[in-house]
Design a protein around this ligand. Structure first.
Ligand SMILES: [Zn+2]
Length: 116
């Protein structure tokens, strides 16, 4: 259940930013989550809704999540490929040496607010 801790961090960051912007209400929060981040989107959404229900400025805020595929670039042949099931082997030349390009991130991209 580490989604609860993650949701807590997101809610705190969003609330702090909303107060800085003199928002009266947060309508939407957009996240980018890598599919190899280990975060379950449904659990995160559930925890987000539970936490935001207790904060007047955040009640009813929608959470939108973009999931990014786990991708790497091969050191050997320079091809980009999708890592499936955490097996980071190049499908072209079968080398194991690579750089991860995406798939491990968790970022708050933007949020929509209302001001009075
Ligand atoms: Zn390769």
């Amino acid at each position: 259940m580490h989604e609860l801790a993650i949701a807590q961090s997101i809610v705190e960051a969003v609330e702090a930013r909303a107060l800085e912007c003199n928002a009266t209400r947060v309508k939407d929060v957009h996240l980018k989550i890598g599919e190899a981040s280990g975060i379950v989107s449904d659990s995160l959404t559930f925890c987000f809704e539970m936490l935001t229900n207790e904060l007047p400025i955040l009640v009813g805020a929608q959470l939108s999540i973009d999931t990014l595929p786990h991708r790497a670039r091969c050191h050997h042949c320079d091809k980009e490929f999708v890592i499936e099931n955490y097996v980071a082997q190049c499908p072209t030349c079968h080398e194991w040496s690579n750089d991860i390009i995406s798939g491990t991130e968790l970022q708050i991209m933007h949020m929509e607010i209302e001001t009075s």
